[in-house]
Write a protein that binds this ligand. Structure first.
Ligand code: COA
Length: 194
């Protein structure tokens, strides 16, 4: 497991924190541009995504570096120039603590593949969808493996969720079972290791 290479603090992203929000919007536009083109077609769409993360029943948290600059957001993005330094890992660990403190049992997330990053893309997954899932391979650093390293298990796939051959891959982790061993894929086939 990677160590945190830059000193970061995780804090809530407040609705009035316009500067931080604009930094997050910038990451969304830049960080998703290569593999998820069109995900945020313009700044207003990205702003709407960040605004949708507020509310009493929501958790919207950012990583902040020593200078106070935002370097990651729990919506699934680390500052593009700072990736691979433990920012994503710190955000996810903080999010898990937030969920656990609110009595949550399981975290569930979807991670799209719209750019042929895994063996589940650009093929017809029917009718043996689960066979394809059990044999998933990471071809171009799709983030499902990032989540696996943090203890998430692949629990499903929605074929063609984003168009033909563009599935959504689902992962989940128990935050209630503290004694659950992290980061060890438990698939009998071991094929989900990427
Ligand atoms: C995915 C993302 C959030 C990860 O954040 P990060 O700060 O770069 O990741 P970390 O440095 O905390 O990495 C933790 C571990 O995951 C691994 N990892 C990170 N991204 C990975 C990827 N895309 N594929 C495989 N492994 C990955 C790291 O190598 C590290 O492994 P190690 O413990 O063996 O050293 C970040 O790369 C990002 O913003 N990517 C672009 C947008 C994206 O894909 N978001 C996810 C949408 S579901």
């Amino acid at each position: 497991m990677s160590s945190i290479n830059i000193r970061v603090q995780v804090r809530a992203l407040a609705v009035e924190d316009a500067a931080a929000i604009e930094q997050v919007v910038g990451f969304l536009m830049a960080g998703f541009a290569e593999h998820w083109p069109g995900r945020w077609p313009d700044l207003e769409t990205a702003r709407a995504e960040v605004r949708a993360s507020y509310g009493a029943d929501r958790i919207s948290r950012v990583d902040v570096d020593e200078q106070g600059a935002v370097v990651g957001w729990i919506g699934g993005i680390a500052e593009p120039d700072s990736q691979g330094q433990g920012i994503g890992q710190a955000l996810v660990a903080d999010f898990e603590a937030q969920v656990r403190s609110r009595g949550g049992l399981t975290i569930w997330l979807g991670s799209d593949d719209v750019d042929g990053m895994t063996s589940l893309a650009s093929v017809d997954l029917f009718p043996h969808v689960l066979d394809h899932l059990a044999r998933i391979r990471n071809l171009r650093r799709h983030p499902f493996e990032f989540y696996q390293k943090l203890g998430y298990a692949i629990v499903g796939v929605l074929p063609d969720a984003n168009g033909l051959g563009k599935p959504d891959i689902f992962l989940a982790k128990s935050v209630a079972r503290r004694d659950q061993a992290p980061a060890v894929p438990a698939s009998p086939t071991s094929a989900v290791q990427g």
